[in-house]
Design a protein around this ligand. Structure first.
Ligand code: SF4
Length: 219
């Protein structure tokens, strides 16, 4: 890895932080709420998830025991606005059942295991892919696993820093090899990339006012 390689990752972070400041992401009151949000946000925008979270909060379902006790069919109705709601209800129920049976209902113990074991166990659950698993590891367990998403890929590939075709784990490794494993840094970095994607690096790039404009000779 060249110094320039490592530098680019730092330069991107510095530019984004300078423009946008701290993002205060993930917006959740408890680790369990992070887990619920991470599953609900699969294939949908956060604004749809936020509506569901409010419904679940109103129904006093944002805790493991309460969510474990409701039938999947009722849960599906409460989370309808997140899309794929039947599937997501089953995923949430499956997560709750796993913690109840394997961890005697102790979410803190589950989240406190070492990072690689936690990530592997999350990935073994039905419907939990790498982005969901890393979001839970980073924002609920507060352990330094870098989260990559479609925006991360788009921003870095458009500038030519990573290949167009790159696997999730290779892209995650790209960041983890170049950054010190710092939870706050990883949390902030991911949130800043999401912000950049929302505001500028959409399908049609809006480079003119983007803080990353000119950071490479491609954009
Ligand atoms: S909008 Fe343009 S300058 Fe901004 S990250 Fe995307 S490609 Fe780079």
């Amino acid at each position: 890895m060249t110094t320039a390689d490592r530098d680019v990752v730092q330069v991107v972070y510095d530019r984004l932080f300078h423009r946008f400041g701290p993002q205060h992401w993930w917006p959740a009151e408890t680790p369990f709420e992070v887990v619920v949000g991470a599953i609900l946000t699969q294939n949908t925008a956060w604004r749809n998830v936020a509506k569901c979270i409010e419904v679940l909060r109103r129904e006093r379902l944002l805790n493991l025991d309460a969510l474990s006790a409701v039938p999947a069919s009722a849960l599906a109705e409460w989370i309808r606005s997140s899309g794929y709601y039947n599937q997501k209800a089953l995923r949430l129920k499956n997560f709750c059942e796993h913690i109840q049976s394997r961890w005697m209902g102790n979410l803190d113990d589950f989240l406190s295991q070492d990072m690689e074991s936690l990530r592997a166990e999350l990935l073994s659950l039905r419907g939990v892919g790498p982005e969901t698993a890393d979001s839970i590891v980073l924002y609920a367990a507060h352990q330094p696993s870098f989260v990559v998403d479609a925006y991360t890929h788009r921003i870095f590939s458009r500038h030519g820093w990573i290949p167009e075709q790159i696997a999730y784990d290779d892209l995650r490794e790209y960041f983890m090899d170049r950054l010190t494993p710092d939870v706050k840094l990883f949390q902030e970095y991911h949130a800043l990339l999401v912000r950049t994607g929302h505001l500028h690096c959409r399908r049609k790039a809006d480079c003119g006012t983007c803080p990353l404009h000119g950071v490479s000779d491609r954009h």
